[in-house]
Each structure stands twice: as C-alpha cells, then as structure tokens.
Design a protein around this ligand. Structure first.
Ligand SMILES: Nc1nc2c(ncn2[C@@H]2O[C@H](COP(=O)(O)OP(=O)(O)OP(=O)(O)O)[C@@H](O)[C@H]2O)c(=O)[nH]1
Length: 881
C-alpha cells in the first residue's frame, strides 16, 4: 500500500515526491504531521488503504457523525486539480513540477480542509470537516487506453461525495474528451443505477465546474450554457431504466460554475479568485430555494443536506472500503445493501463498545451477588438500583447516539438485541436482589417476632402476639417493597415485582402461622402445667379425704351417702372444673393470637387429652401400693380408734374390741373394689370420656397427634376399651392389697388389745399385810424414839397444813418441772461430753443407725410410725400464663 512508499515508489514512473517520504506517512505512524499530503485512499494498483479510519480519527473527524462534507475533484491529468484543491482548502496534495509534464496523482487521495476562517469572516459558521478527494486525472498517457480506473474512481467518488468538482480548461469547453464528457456520461449512467435502488431518499449531487484559465472574453454564462447543453445532450443519449425515460439531468444533479484566471499569467487574480471560491466552500451559506442557474450564485454556498450520503463519519472508512470492494470486483454496486452491511458492522461495533461500559458498571454487582448466593447468605446490595438504571440509560443512550445514524432497520434490530442483552442481566440482578430481600426479610421477620415475644415474656407475659405479628408483617412488607422499588428499572416490562411481593406476603403469612402454632404450643404447655398443678393438689386432697373422713373440698360427710361412694364423682368434678377453667383461659389467650377457630379447636382438644393424661397419671401415683395402703390404714384407724363423735377410744377389757375391729375392717375393705374402678356413683358407669374429649378435629396435623398417648375408649383403634382405661387396680393387685391391709389392721388390733389388758394391772392386798409384818420393828423403833417421833409429828402437821391450804398440787408440779429441767440439762451435758471424745461419737452414730433401720422395718406394721402426708403441693398460679 501507498503508506509504505512502496506501491507508488516501486513504479518506474513514481515521482521523486513519492520517494522522499510524502506517501510513507500514511498508516505507519499516528503522528498527524506525517499525513501532510493527506492519505491515499486507493493506490495506483486499486488497493484500498485500511488506515483511512486512522487518518480520520487523527483528524478528529470520526466522531463528527454527519457533520462532515466530502468533495471530489475530476478532470484530465495535469490540469491543475491538485493545485486548485491546495489553494481552496490549504491541502498539500502533490503537484507536478513545472518542468515536467507527467502524472502526479496516482489513485485517490484524501485530505481534510486545512484552511481556517479569515479574521474578516469571523462569526460566520464554517462548514464542518470538509474532506477533499483528489482523484487521479483522466486521459493520462500513463494509463493509455485503459479507462477502467477512471470509471471506477468516478463511481467511487459519486457513491461517497456530495460535490464533484469538474476541472476543465476554458478552451476545453465544447470538446468531448477534453471536457471529460465520456467520464461524465459514465457518471450519469452509474448515478441512475446507484440511486435507483435506494428510493427512500432523493439523492442529488452537485457538479461544480471550475473553468481554468478563464480569460473572460466569453462570458461565464455563455460557457455555462454551452456546458449545460452538452450535458443535456449527453443525458438524452444514455439508456435509462424503465420509468425514468423522461427524467432530466436536473432531477439528479445541481450545477455550479466558476471561472478561474490563469495561474501563470495572472497569479494575483488567481490567488484572489481561489480564495473567494474557497470561502464559498467553507463559509458560504446556500439557500436551497434559490436556483443557482437562474440567480446570482457567485457568493452562494455549496452544500445542501440532500447531497449528503448519510454515512456517519465513524463508519465512513468501512463503507468506503465496502463500496470500493464492490466496484473493483465489478459487482453491482448496491448502495442500500452496502449501507445495511455498514450499519450491521458498525452497530455491532458500537454495541460491543457500549457493552464494555455496561460490564464495568455492572459486573462488580453481579460478582457480589453470585458470591453471596454461593455463601448461602443472599445479601441486599446497596446502590444496585441506581447503578442498574444508570448503566442501562448510559448504555442505550450511547448506542442510540452512535448507531441511530445508520440504517434504521438495522439500528432498530441491534437496539433490540442490545436491550435484550442488557435487560437479561439486569433482570437477573433484580431477581437476585428481590430474592435476597425475600430471604433476609423472612429471617428478620422471624427474629423480630421471636425477640418481641421474648421481651414481652420478660415483662410479665402481657403482650399481644397478633399485634406483634401484624406490626412486623407490615414492617417487613414495607422494607421488601422499598428494596424492590429502589431496584426496579422504570419503563421496562420486566421490572415488575408484584408477583414476588405476593409470594413474600404469602411466606410471611406461613411463617407467622408457624410462629403462632409454636406460641400456641407454648401456651398449651403452660396451661397443661397449670392443670397438672391444680389437679395434683385437688385430686391429692380427695385421696387424703379417704383417710380423714372429710371431703377433699372441705365439705363434711353428709348423712345421705357415705363419703367413699362419691369419691370418683368428686374427682371427676374436680377434673372437669379444672379443665373447663383451663379451656376458658386457653381460648381467651389464643384468640388474642389471632388464631383461627380450627387452631383453637385443635388446641382445646389437645388440652383435654393431655389433662386426662395428667389426671390418669395422678391417680396412678396415688394408687401405688404404699400410698393406697396408707390411705386404707388411715381410713381403718379412723373407724377403729375413734368413736362416732370422733373421740379417741381408751380400750378397757370390757370393750367389744373384736366387734369394732371387724366392722371397721370390713368397712375399709369395701373401699378397695370402689377405688379399683373409676365409676360415677349416679350412673354406676365410667364417666363419658369419649364424649367429653371429643373426636380428633379435622384440622389436626400429624404433628399435633404425635406426642399424645392413646386413651382407651377414645382412640378405639388402639384396641383399649373405656372400661380398661377406667380400671385403676387389677384383680391381683386388689387381692394383694387386701392381704396387706388385713395384716396391718391385725397389728392395730393387737396393739389395742394389749393396751386394754395393760390398764387392769393392780397391787395385790396381801402385799400390804406383808409390808406391815416385815416393817413392824421399824415402825415401833420410830414411835419409841422421841426424836423420830417428833420429826414424824412435825412432818404430819406440815403435810396436814399443806393439804389444808391445797398446796400439794403446785408443789408436785414444781418438783416435776425441776426434775424435768434437771434431766434435760443432764442429757445435754452428757452429749457434750460424749461428742468431745471419739468413742462417744462412735457410740452416737451406732445408736442413730440402729434406730433408723429398726424404724424402717417396722414401717409397715406400726401405725404410729407411718409418715404423714403433706396436704398437697403448692399449685402454680395460672394467672402467670
Ligand atoms: N495553465 C495553467 N497551468 C496550471 C494551472 N494550475 C496549475 N498549473 C500547472 O499545471 C501543472 C499540473 O498541476 P497539477 O496540480 O499537478 O495538476 P493535476 O491535474 O493535479 O495533475 P495530476 O495529478 O497528475 O492529474 C503544474 O505544473 C501546474 O503548475 C492553471 O491554472 N493554469
């Protein structure tokens, strides 16, 4: 290529200017000074220079969009075309040396206008970015008969340029070859082909005839007229496509003419005129309504929008290359297709460019989101919405700015493609963000409700669960909506979070349902504990009543029925009352949870079942052999040891101990069958447990039934009948109990009998006679001795006086108290003494253990050693619930 001095320098005819590096500038360096002669777009060997785009970007044309103009110059070889352009635009196209007459410009060169605005014309708007193409001269001896290149270059110039300067000498006007009529005929023909296919816009071009060496003898108007007549004739000779037979040359071309004086003979005028002409190109303002053929146009501008080929500057080099490729390969030049191809190419390029910016803005967020998902703790990313909206707007706007200048159809398609790409990624980010908000929202909600409940419990349990749930649900929904709203990209169909919001709301409801169930469970547990405590106390009292003879509720035995016969009725009543109370409390509290009727039903049903379990366990505890035996003994003792008035009996040998014993024993023995079955006295049947507990509610879940023990008569399928459920003591247990009770009663009987016999022991009378006979000597000795007699007499008088004064009682009491005190003090001193010596301590230990073991052995039979029951445990207060 030409930018290496190469192709042109290699040709034997290459001028020295090529060898001295003028052409070497192109493409090898980015330094704009190396492009002082412009860039060779097409070299002499018809090769296209791929560095054209580099030149345009160095000249700051690439980003100009449509704000640039392209002018080509045509004309015979060595007619001063390059000279003309250099004067008009300050370019530095190579010019033939005066001494030689040979081809200078090979191929097609392009340079940007280098002339700035004059001081005098300041304020006048300069035409933007004028690019000029210096086309190899026609009719040159170097190409000879080969007119291929000049036709191809004409076609290329027409496809790209707005204005074609036709450079002719005045004396050439009227000639055919000299006036380039052959070339112009080709231009007209290809113009018809080129722009016929693209009917979307009206393409016009300006043919600007610059008449060189214009003397002025023939007025310019006459020359203009001659040329136009020639051109009209030429137009009529070309074959036109169907439908355009009647078209005129003016349908496609505008014309302007300008005469320039001889450069050699009138150098000053030449400079002045080229300067004026240059200003028309650079600063002239063209009124599109003014017909340049009719009116004055010497001061008129040149460019009209309709001349523009509508190729954005950044796509120009690619477009030009495509066009040239078609031309050089003799393919049908189809401009719309080329424009479409260009649009596709450029839109793809622009799309890639804008996607780089998009990646920079978004990838970090995508990575962060992916990382948090990978770690299993999705996180709401701050500032995501702003970044998403900003990146999307910037990307689409950037694409629109650059790509909208290209073929509309392609642009729309590519825009949709870009939107698809951008939106797919943004949508994924939005979903990620919403899903993170969902997960963290649910977690936060659960934690908030739990901690509010806990703090409520700490403050004494006075909290409203439903209120907490409602408050936290509202807060969670607001937070979720805030995240979603701040992340959505307005104006996009996919930026919709309604469905996700519904899902979130649904899950919140599920979680609150679960939390409520947990809360209800906790409530149920508390109520059950309360029931357990109350039943433990009340049922314990009823069992104690068996021994005390008074009802557990404190009511004395009434005459109608023996207390024992209504025992189970009382237990059942206590149970029913307690459970009804618990149910009422449970229902009150559960309703404050906003629990559904079904949930409350299940809770109550569980409560009844559990309460029955508690009662059953309590009864079983009371009915263990030791406890029951104790109750029976107490009952027996009550009847045996006390009379009808409740006064303790002192047994005398004359009493009917056997009779009383037998009645008391038989009465107590009737208790055993009574206690062995839970039956109500009225109906003589078990209580209606199945009816009372009720059927399993349909809304009960397997989890609700999991921890419930089967109940006979209620859970029929468990194979245990109500009768079995209500049987407290088996037959064998009853018999065993009867035997043991009888033994214990016998023990009491024996003790009573023994105490009755012990009460009748006396000192026999003969013992007094014997005492007199044996002590007669001592009596006589005392009576005969005056001292003894006197002492006896004084004692007798003292005793008589004491008796008279009724002081014997106090004296005896005082002496008893004194002796008692002396005994206690003596014992204490002895213990202290023993504790201070080792042997003494051992002796104490041995005596204590002996005492314990001997009392254990006697426990079953010695009524006095039986442990006394506590009247009942302290019940928890249900108000604590
Ligand atoms: N008579 C006359 N000669 C001119 C004029 N302008 C330039 N020349 C001379 O014409 C010769 C060719 O000038 P170029 O500008 O190189 O001509 P060109 O048409 O660009 O030549 P190629 O690029 O080889 O086709 C030079 O020697 C110029 O001095 C003019 O207005 N009148």
């Amino acid at each position: 290529m030409s930018e290496r001095p190469s192709s042109l320098a290699r040709t034997p005819t290459a001028p020295p200017i090529m060898a001295n590096g003028h052409f070497a500038s192109v493409g090898d360096s980015d330094d704009v000074t190396l492009y002082e002669h412009g860039v060779q777009v097409i070299d002499g060997d018809k090769e296209f220079n791929p560095n054209l785009s580099k030149y345009l970007s160095l000249e700051h044309v690439t980003n100009a969009g449509f704000n640039y103009h392209l002018i080509s110059v045509f004309g015979s070889q060595s007619t001063g075309k390059s000279t003309l352009l250099n004067h008009l635009f300050g370019t530095q196209f190579s010019v033939m040396s005066e001494s030689e007459r040979r081809q200078t410009t090979k191929g097609i060169w392009l340079s940007k206008n280098k002339k700035q605005s004059d001081a005098s014309t300041e304020g006048v708007r300069m035409a933007d970015n004028i690019l000029v193409m210096d086309v190899e001269g026609t009719d040159g001896r170097e190409r000879g008969e080969d007119q291929d290149f000049e036709r191809k270059s004409a076609l290329f110039a027409l496809a790209t340029s707005e204005v074609l300067i036709v450079n002719i000498w005045e004396h050439q006007v009227g000639l055919y070859q000299g006036a380039n009529m052959g070339l112009l005929k080709t231009v007209f023909e290809v113009n018809l082909q080129l722009f016929l296919k693209d009917k979307s816009t009206t393409h016009r071009s300006l043919l600007f005839f610059v008449i060189r060496d214009f003397i002025g003898t023939t007025p310019l108007k006459n020359l203009q007229k001659t040329l136009l007549e020639d051109l009209a004739r030429l137009w009529s000779t070309i074959s036109k496509p169907a439908g355009l037979e009647n078209s005129t040359i003016h349908d496609y071309f505008d014309f302007q003419f300008y005469g320039l004086p001889h450069k050699g003979y009138q150098p000053e005028q030449f400079v002045t005129e080229t300067h004026k002409l240059g200003l028309r190109f650079r600063e002239g303002h063209r009124d599109p309504k003014r017909d340049p053929l009719q009116g004055e146009f010497s001061d008129s501008g040149v460019f009209l929008p309709e001349y523009h080929r509508r190729i954005p500057a950044d796509g120009f080099s690619h477009y030009a290359e495509g066009i040239w490729d078609q031309i050089v390969n003799n393919k049908d030049l189809d401009l719309p297709t080329q424009q479409e191809l260009l649009a596709q190419f450029r839109c793809d390029e622009i799309l890639r460019e804008v996607m780089i910016g998009f990646d920079e803005a978004i990838t970090a967020f995508e990575d962060k989101q992916a990382e948090s998902v990978r770690l299993g703790s999705p996180e709401v990313i701050g500032g995501l919405g702003v970044a998403m909206r900003g990146a999307r707007t910037k990307t689409l706007k950037g694409f629109e700015t650059e790509a909208s200048r290209y073929h509309k159809g392609v642009y729309q398609r590519k825009k949709a493609e870009l939107e698809g790409k951008v939106d797919t990624r943004l949508k994924a980010l939005l979903h990620g963000q919403i899903s993170a908000a969902h997960k963290s929202g649910i977690q936060d909600f659960r934690e908030a409700v739990t901690s509010a409940v806990k703090s409520g419990q700490k403050k004494g349990g006075n909290y409203d669960f439903a209120e907490i749930v409602n408050k936290e649900t509202k807060a969670s929904l607001e937070k979720f909506e805030e995240v979603a709203r701040s992340t959505v990209v307005e104006g996009t169909a996919w930026s919709n979070y309604k469905q996700e919001l519904n899902l979130f709301e649904k899950e919140l409801a599920e979680v609150s349902g679960r939390l409520r169930r947990d809360e209800m469970r906790r409530l149920a547990t508390r109520v059950e504990r309360w029931v357990q405590s109350r039943l433990g106390e009340s049922v314990g009292l009823e069992f104690n009543s068996l021994g005390s003879g008074r009802a557990g509720n404190g009511a004395p035995e009434n005459g109608d029925k023996p207390l024992e016969t209504t025992f189970w009725d009382r237990v059942w009543n206590v149970f029913v009352e307690t459970v009804l109370d618990a149910e009422r409390r449970f229902t009150d509290r559960a309703s404050s949870f906003d629990a559904s009727l079904e949930e409350v039903d299940v809770g109550l049903w569980r409560l009844r079942r559990k309460s029955w379990g508690v009662l059953h366990a309590k009864i079983e505890e009371e009915m263990i052999e030791g406890n029951l035996l104790l109750k029976l003994r107490e009952n027996f003792e009550d009847k045996f040891r006390y009379d009808e008035a409740g006064v303790p009996r002192i047994w005398r040998p004359t009493d009917d101990i056997e009779g009383i014993y037998t009645r008391a024993r038989e009465s107590t023995l009737t208790l055993i069958p009574l206690l062995s079955r839970f039956r109500l006295a009225e109906t003589n049947a078990p209580p209606p447990l199945d009816r009372w507990i009720g059927h399993t509610p349909s809304s009960a879940t397997p989890a609700d039934e999991e921890d419930l023990a089967p109940i006979g008569g209620v859970d029929e399928d468990e194979g245990k009948t109500l009768d079995e459920e209500m049987t407290i003591l088996s037959e064998s247990k009853r018999q065993e109990l009867t035997v043991r009770f009888k033994k214990a009663a016998d023990g009491v009987y024996v003790e009573a009998k023994r105490s009755a016999i012990g009460g009748m022991t006396q000192v026999p009378l003969y013992f007094y006679g014997l005492l007199l006979a044996l002590g007669w000597n001592e009596i006589v000795a005392v009576l005969r001795n005056p001292a003894y007699f006197l002492l006896l007499f004084v004692c007798a008088v003292g005793a008589y006086v004491t008796w008279q004064l009724n002081l014997w009682g106090p004296i005896i009491k005082m002496s008893e108290a004194a002796s008692q005190q002396a005994l206690v003090e003596g014992k204490r001193r002895l213990r202290d003494f023993l504790e201070q010596s080792d042997t003494g301590r051992q002796a104490i230990a041995m005596s204590t253990s002996d005492k314990t073991s001997s009392s254990g052995k006697q426990e079953e039979y010695e009524m006095s050693d039986l442990p006394k029951r506590s009247s009942g445990s302290k019940a928890d207060d249900l108000d604590d619930l």
